[in-house]
Write a protein that binds this ligand. Structure first.
Ligand SMILES: *[C@@H]1O[C@H](CO)[C@@H](O)[C@H](O)[C@H]1NC(C)=O
Ligand SMILES: *[C@@H]1O[C@H](CO)[C@@H](O)[C@H](O)[C@H]1NC(C)=O
Ligand SMILES: *[C@@H]1O[C@H](CO)[C@@H](O)[C@H](O)[C@H]1NC(C)=O
Ligand SMILES: *[C@@H]1O[C@H](CO)[C@@H](O)[C@H](O)[C@H]1NC(C)=O
Ligand SMILES: *[C@@H]1O[C@H](CO)[C@@H](O)[C@H](O)[C@H]1NC(C)=O
Ligand SMILES: *[C@@H]1O[C@H](CO)[C@@H](O)[C@H](O)[C@H]1NC(C)=O
Length: 509
């Protein structure tokens, strides 16, 4: 007998090879047909590459600059691909209006849509303004400015420590490593103003706390191809760069303990420094009482549940680590470069100074507002606002399908010479009323994904008070040590300030 077994094996091998070839052909066909998406609609854009789409060459570059050159080269609507997902990059104000306002319900926030952890998801929903309406309106009516004002003494205490730390550097004739100092300050503010924890009282906890804060918005090896993959194919751990599981647990445990240990039935007394958990727990107790009275129900349904408090605190942490840090850093950096602006601010502060600074005092500082507005224009704390289409939609000349993306690149929108003459120049007078009126409001989206919601307001408040306290005592000047690098390059998730330095001197009393 002739052994025919080898034929069978051979046949299996052949089948296997055939399947592999077909799979390759399918994948190749899939990619190339997807990559015709914008070409078929006559929308210009860079040439996509297999698997990476239009991101292949973005490694090791600063994405803000990349977006600026993308718009310069291809115009106000650019066809790009995140992996195999078409992504229309838009800087046309009328279309932006359609995305963010007129047809807002046809889009979903990209970050939320790829986040599966329920706690983090809730926080991101709150940050991008897509959380349930009843929570939004509860926060808006119950967490009033008066309540938030009770945080000021703690924020002020951290700001004073920062000023003190900088003063020491001045006495040693040293250049100030702003990036370093503001980072320490943010850690201090989070611990003290959100949780009421003094980091200096417990070295071991301090190390743990700081190591976990540093995990937030931290992409490892941002200059490698691997860093791209979760962003292009979000099913592969798309949210872990926002905050890793372990650190998420560290913070949610910390918040839960804070909620448990906050005394009930003792209102946050006037004048006593409160932290954010105090304020939220107090508001939830008030809600319980008023709902019980109304419904005479022992277990009524509440809006401000412990879960909501946890997600709100987490949103506040994310905001401080990213938005407030970036805003404080770049404001001081620009003040050091623009002495007239700084002097005018210093005069405003001297005129408005009071012993117990409150929200109203800060509101009076209109010029400070304009300075922050201008800083947020030049240095937005997000690269892009990114949305996913919930259904097919036509945006100007481009037709998008369900699941496609739209992106509004903030660096390129905010620095466009057409909307902002001499777009790279720092000039707070762009926010004078008469200049504001001349501009389409959809050319300025300073609060990124978030809009001006309660958390961002807290971030702005912290930044404002800090800049106020710093400029009250110190005069910043440009550092003579060259080689400052504003941003880290690569796939960093959010813009990451890198190495900003200034010099300073004490202001005469
Ligand atoms: C700082 O510089 C000033 C003048 O440049 C000098 O008089 C002073 O001794 C220096 N202080 C230190 C601590 O180096
Ligand atoms: C400033 O601090 C940052 C953060 O710690 C550090 O990465 C950087 O190297 C420092 N820059 C200088 C010039 O020391
Ligand atoms: C002030 O400096 C100390 C010592 O370097 C540091 O531990 C602390 O975090 C700093 N605090 C602030 C608010 O910058
Ligand atoms: C975060 O906190 C945990 C404690 O819950 C600690 O074990 C860990 O070392 C901290 N740091 C990081 C980077 O996870
Ligand atoms: C605060 O400063 C502004 C000038 O920027 C001034 O118009 C305003 O009157 C001042 N407010 C007070 C209470 O002094
Ligand atoms: C400028 O910033 C303030 C907060 O600091 C904000 O209330 C205001 O709306 C901003 N102006 C514009 C035009 O967005």
């Amino acid at each position: 007998m002739v052994d025919l077994n080898f034929l069978i094996v051979d046949w299996e091998v052949q089948l296997f090879v055939l399947v592999v070839i077909l799979a390759h052909l399918y994948i190749y066909w899939k990619f190339t047909s997807v990559y015709k998406f914008f070409e078929n609609q006559n929308i210009q854009g860079p040439k996509p590459k297999f698997f990476f789409g239009t991101w292949f060459d973005s490694r090791s570059k600063f994405l803000g600059d990349e977006d600026i050159s993308l718009t310069k080269q291809y115009g106000k609507i650019v066809g790009t691909f995140d992996g195999i997902t078409p992504n229309a990059v838009i800087t046309h104000p009328d279309i932006i209006k359609q995305i963010l306002s007129l047809s807002a319900d046809k889009f979903q926030d990209r970050r939320v849509s790829t986040t599966r952890n329920p706690v983090l998801r809730k926080s991101l929903l709150s940050l991008c303004g897509e959380e349930e309406k009843e929570i939004q309106s509860f926060i808006a009516t119950h967490i009033t400015e008066e309540k938030i004002q009770k945080l000021l003494p703690r924020i002020e205490s951290s700001a004073s420590t920062l000023t003190h730390n900088l003063t020491k550097k001045i006495e040693e004739n040293k250049t100030i490593n702003l990036t370093d100092h503001v980072e320490e300050f943010i850690e201090d503010v989070i611990a003290l103003s959100l949780f009421g924890i003094d980091l200096n009282s417990d070295g071991e906890f301090r190390d743990e706390f700081i190591s976990n804060v540093s995990q937030i918005f931290n992409v490892r090896n941002p200059n490698s191809y691997f860093a791209l993959i979760p962003f292009l194919y979000p099913l592969l751990q798309g949210d872990s760069w926002i905050i890793p599981q372990k650190s998420l647990k560290f913070f949610t445990d910390l918040i839960a303990t804070g909620i448990k240990e906050t005394p009930r039935n003792s209102p946050v007394t006037e004048g006593k420094a409160a932290h954010l958990i105090d304020i939220l727990v107090e508001a939830s107790e008030e809600e319980k009482k008023s709902v019980k009275k109304e419904k005479e129900d022992e277990n009524p349904k509440l809006v401000l549940t412990d879960d909501v408090i946890v997600s709100k605190c987490l949103s506040a942490i994310l905001t401080l680590v990213n938005a407030a840090r970036s805003l404080i850093l770049f404001t001081v950096y620009e003040l050091a470069k623009n002495q007239e602006v700084q002097e005018r601010l210093s005069e405003e502060i001297q005129r408005n100074k009071s012993d117990n600074i409150n929200c109203a005092d800060l509101k009076n500082c209109r010029y400070l507002d304009k300075i922050l507005n201008e800083t947020l224009r030049l240095y937005p704390f997000e690269f892009r606002i990114e949305k996913i289409c919930k259904e097919p939609i036509t945006l100007g000349p481009v037709q998008l399908d369900k699941g496609n993306k739209v992106s509004i690149p903030l660096f390129s929108l905010h620095r466009n010479d057409e909307f902002y003459p001499e777009g790279e120049k720092f000039d707070p007078s762009r926010f004078d009323t008469e200049n504001l009126e001349k501009r389409n409001p959809f050319t300025y989206l300073p609060f990124g994904q978030s809009g001006l919601n309660s958390c961002i307001q807290l971030g702005v408040l912290v930044s404002k008070l800090t800049v106020y306290k710093l400029v009250e005592k110190l005069k910043f000047t440009k550092s003579e040590d060259g080689d400052q690098k504003l941003y880290r390059t690569g796939i960093t998730g959010v813009p990451q300030p890198e190495n900003l330095q200034v010099s300073a001197e004490l202001r005469a009393k």
